[in-house]
Design a protein around this ligand. Structure first.
Ligand code: TXA
Ligand code: MG
Length: 319
């Protein structure tokens, strides 16, 4: 199993040697490697069992460094970076030729993000190269929000997990790019609310891709999935419809008398969508380990992080 610790120098040493280290971010844990080192990138794809047509995000800690990885930063991108970096927003920018094609799966844009987590910020400040870091889970499974989650699934494949505690946001970054006339387009809903983004760059287009089309990298529909069947609907109705089965419930705040308490998780007693997002992936993992036949859940309010929660639940339900 991997060593779990808080030794930034150790993590930096391994990464500088081209090895992989799991790192904490405010969204989810990442499986990091030197983004300019092709053999480290290949190891990331292989440890995750991820198809190479699904490109990786480059993480760094300063705008100066970003400028050395991309050809230019469009004005709306600059505004977003000023407003939200470091934070849960990934921006697609045209890459400079020296950025490996393997990193971007041959696409002309590289996904760049400055994470907001003390340990990882300190770690990144030691490098002149960015860290490629997809979520530290096997491809297609729920993303990890604790060091233990990473260890459970990838612990035998990597030497070190930098433990930064549970992730404060708990859902992956929002991904934004720019179309014709620098028009902002959101490709993945995530930890940065659409409302906040629109307050900075105006109305954005949503182009959330749900196919397994390799031309639409990374937005595969059956993603974020637990191995148990998950059904979304009106919980009262679902609970009575499946009363003959062993069910688990992930609700926003409600609990049900007919179902054993240990098989129910309310994501936020006080109906706080940020709290619900923070607890979502742990809840999916916990339910997956229980002796139940299926997981029932509900649609969350389509506002704030509720949009990203619904997106992840829909993907988890579609198998
Ligand atoms: O919050 C996050 O973004 C986490 C933490 C670790 O930073 N990372 C993460 O990475 O979620 P990953 O690889 O699990 O998801 C990144 C998504 C993929 O779906 C990928 O297809 C998309 O970003 N992506 C990466 N580079 C892209 C590019 N050049 N063009 C379009 N999509 C890209
Ligand atoms: Mg992922």
């Amino acid at each position: 199993m991997a060593v779990i610790g808080t030794d930034i120098d150790k993590a930096a040493e391994l990464l500088s040697e081209g090895k992989l280290v799991a790192i904490p971010t405010e969204t989810v844990y990442g499986l990091a490697g030197n983004a300019l080192n092709e053999s480290a990138i290949l190891d990331i794809f292989s440890v995750k069992r991820r198809p190479k047509f699904d490109p990786l995000i480059a993480h760094t800690d300063s705008l100066e460094k970003v400028k050395s990885y991309v050809t230019h930063i469009p004005e709306p991108a600059m505004k977003l970076a000023d407003a939200f970096w470091p934070g849960p927003l990934t921006i697609l920018l045209e890459k400079q030729p020296h950025m490996p094609d393997l990193l971007t799966s041959g696409l002309p844009a590289v996904a760049v993000r400055m994470p907001r987590h003390e340990l990882t910020k300190q770690l990144l400040s030691k490098f002149d190269f960015p860290l490629a870091a997809p979520s530290a889970n096997p491809f297609g499974y729920v993303s990890p929000t604790t060091a233990q989650h990473v260890n459970d699934q990838l612990g035998d494949k990597i030497p070190y997990i930098l433990d930064g505690g549970p992730c404060s946001i708990g859902i992956e970054s929002t991904i934004i790019g720019f179309g014709e006339n620098e028009r902002p387009i959101i490709y993945r809903l995530g930890g940065k609310k659409v409302e906040d983004i629109e307050a900075v760059v105006g109305k954005v287009k949503l182009k959330i891709i749900h196919s397994s089309d390799p031309m639409a990298p990374g937005m595969l529909k059956s993603h974020y999935a637990p191995s148990k069947r998950l059904i979304i609907g009106k919980l009262d109705l679902l609970v009575s419809r499946f009363e003959h089965k062993k069910i688990g419930i992930i609700s926003f705040s409600k609990t049900f008398e007919q179902v054993p308490a240990e098989n129910q998780i309310a994501l936020s007693q006080s109906k706080d969508l940020n709290e619900a997002a923070r607890n979502l992936f742990s809840a999916l993992r916990l339910m997956d380990q229980k002796d139940i036949d299926l997981i029932l859940t509900e649609k969350f309010p389509e506002e704030g992080l509720g949009q990203a929660i619904n997106d992840r639940l829909n993907r988890a339900a579609s198998r």
